[in-house]
Design a protein around this ligand. Sequence first.
Ligand SMILES: Cc1cc2nc3c(=O)[nH]c(=O)nc-3n(C[C@H](O)[C@H](O)[C@H](O)COP(=O)(O)OP(=O)(O)OC[C@H]3O[C@@H](n4cnc5c(N)ncnc54)[C@H](O)[C@@H]3O)c2cc1C
Length: 442
Amino acid sequence: MVKETRTADVVIVGGGASGLAAAIELGMKAPALDVLVIEKLAEPGRKIRATGSGRCNISNTGAAGFNRIMEFFREIGLVTRTYDNGLVYPYSESAADVATLLVERAASLGVRFACGEELMSVKYMPSSLVSQPLPGSGNVFQLESVFKDRDGIRSVITQASFVIMATGGKAGPTYGTIGDGYRIARNLGHSVVTPVPALTGIECGEWDEDHGPCGITLGGTRSAGVVSLYRDRSHAFSEGTKIFEEAGEIQFTKYGLSGICVFNMTRHMRYDRRGGESLDDFLVKADLFPDGDLAEYIRDRQNGAFSETPAGELLRTVLKEPLADYIIRTVSGGAVDEEGRGIEDRPLSSLSDEEVRSFADHVHALTFHPSQIRGWNDAQVTMGGVSLDEINEATSESLLVESLYITGELADRDYQCGGFNLSNAWLTGLAAADDIAGRTKE
Ligand SMILES: Cc1cc2nc3c(=O)[nH]c(=O)nc-3n(C[C@H](O)[C@H](O)[C@H](O)COP(=O)(O)OP(=O)(O)OC[C@H]3O[C@@H](n4cnc5c(N)ncnc54)[C@H](O)[C@@H]3O)c2cc1C
């Protein structure tokens, strides 16, 4: 393998959200520094293009450092729009525009890019051992990366005075993030909280392979509602303690549950497999009629104009048909009366108090047993990462290796949906760049 060498003042590993924010900020605040971005994929910012379903929810008015983030976007000329719920998007609602602007801005500020190049290892030694070290830097780093060209696989050694590790986590591996940064951080002495996928769907034991629960195809059905998560179930009949609740659109898929409220729920589903915990400790409930008491609603209609309305017909005015069918199936188990009628065909007036209560209980607390949290391909974020005990929160600098910075999702920080994860990436990248710019000022 042919080895080449080169130098840079600052190497940023990873041309994602965090790395690009850091690169631009360095270009603006410390234009004399030679900044190199090493990006594994053929172009930087691939994940940014996929964010927010192609719209890029760049921030949230409730995010830490919101004003700082917006100041940065104003400086680079991005026009934004903020919705009443606090979510911030580029005005064009185009994630591709954000990625293009970031890359072009960095390049116009003189930032160099080495794309299609994968960082393999980082070594360092105190800069006191180097002649003419860059002022402000405590260490000199040697980074080994590889790339492929017509002559085969080539290896490059880059010497740098500052390194920003912005390699992201493991969520969305098609965007270049397969967890390389964890190995490199561990080799530099850092500890890594076990990464697990989050902001993703939940597979449920109720679903059978080809259909949905009870053989009813729920895939594609959406319903407004409230999802709740229970944990620490001591036995199969206990529901445990409620640890999470969120209202929103619940999406029923071919494997189980999805939607933003379900995604947010998965951040509360970390469990200790080695300590004997499992997903069996969790239970999910969905209230599909959160605005009232369904039992009361049915009772009001048992006498008078609606008394002869079949129960199934009433339920289908409350829920989408597949969900109504599922509730009917779970309430009745498919049983029929002596006239051969299923509960759905019987008039409301014939329902016993117990049957009315049973309908209401199922609609208000439809219960699902999680069997699997969807994996890295579906996850939007990584829970876990480089331990925050080993990173300076204000500057993103490693507390173990001077002049090494750990930014974005690579560190053990994750947030709910709504622009908070990108906010973390921008903000930690900016903090690292500002610190380097301040330290290298002569
Ligand atoms: C589909 C999807 C939609 C999302 N939507 C939103 C949203 O709308 N709002 C929001 O706030 N968050 C969203 N997120 C989360 C958000 O995108 C991430 O939290 C954020 O991008 C993390 O930024 P980062 O810079 O830490 O890492 P990334 O943006 O993941 O960038 C890391 C970069 O490092 C590169 N890299 C990795 N290893 C190496 C290596 N060894 N050598 C060189 N380069 C390497 C990768 O190729 C990648 O380009 C979404 C995530 C996904 C997957």
